[in-house]
Design a protein around this ligand. Structure first.
Ligand code: ATP
Length: 257
């Protein structure tokens, strides 16, 4: 089991931020995590990475049960690509240095780099179609290029679980579709990580995301195979407004009715 979360709740003051959330992710599955602003997605991811502890319930990730494992070691096996990471990186580092730093989970490069590390970094930059950007400083990149470099950086650590936290935020249509194509390639790699793809936009849920967890006001609204989640009925209930749904290329496109 990649993620085994049983009935977790998290209370702050009088508010339940998460309530009775269970989530079971098996190897071979890739999940999308959908929720409106404030539904508890980031809180749930913080629990998976061991940065927050549930008030009740149990969390086990990659076979390690929280409370009985070394969280620092476990975190090395999990990649989390989020927009907040962008601000922490050294803006003057080149794309290649940023990717290489992922090998050591460091901000900046302090460790000894081997020719194999360099070759792997270049390979991931090629995979993310950034080979032409390798030697340019991070601060000069567009949002789409930054996201691709951050994903290459995360892959450098060979994570078993990779969380992509709203990677398409701020991307134009073309940049979004290009990034989704690359994410699809990562998902198709049988030796690649299990993916959790976090989004507000169901249009971004590719067919490679076999399962979907819909979180609403801190509770599981729906959890299961993606086709069972992305129906007119479910989405109308989820958004609390009538939704029209169009299927195209095994993706759904929404409009209000
Ligand atoms: N430490 C905290 N103390 C009190 N409330 C908190 C704390 N952390 C989060 N919350 C609240 O919990 C709710 C869920 O927050 P969370 O960031 O998990 O949502 P989210 O689904 O990631 O939202 P978004 O899509 O906007 O990023 C919000 O109402 C937030 O204000």
């Amino acid at each position: 089991m990649v993620v085994d979360i049983n009935s977790i709740s998290w209370k702050r003051g009088e508010d339940w931020i998460l309530r009775d959330v269970s989530w079971h992710i098996r190897r071979g599955e890739h999940w999308s995590l959908v929720g409106l602003n404030g539904s508890g997605k980031t809180t749930l991811l913080n629990m998976i990475c061991g940065y927050l502890w549930p008030t009740s319930g149990s969390v086990s990730v990659l076979g390690e049960t929280f409370g009985r494992c070394d969280l620092r070691e476990l975190r090395k096996r999990i990649g989390w690509v989020s927009n907040s990471l962008q601000e922490k990186l050294h803006q003057e580092n080149t794309a290649k240095e940023i990717v290489l730093s992922g090998r050591f989970a460091s901000i900046g490069l302090y460790d000894h780099i081997t020719p194999e590390d360099e070759a792997r970094a270049e390979g991931f930059l090629r995979l993310m179609r950034c080979e032409a950007l390798m030697d340019r400083a991070y601060q000069t990149f567009s949002q789409g290029e930054r996201q691709r470099i951050l994903i290459a950086r995360a892959l450098m650590a060979s994570p078993e679980l990779l969380i992509l936290d709203e990677p398409c935020t701020g991307l134009d249509l073309l940049a979004r579709e290009q990034l989704l194509e690359m994410i699809d390639k990562i998902a198709q790699d049988p030796h690649g990580p299990t993916l959790i793809y976090v989004t507000h936009h169901v249009e971004e849920i590719l067919p490679c995301f076999t399962h979907t967890l819909m979180l609403k006001k801190g509770e599981v609204f729906h959890s299961g195979p993606t086709p069972s989640a992305l129906t007119t009925e479910q989405l109308t209930d989820f958004f609390e407004t009538p939704i029209a749904l169009k299927q195209q290329d095994e993706r759904v496109w929404l409009s209000l009715v």
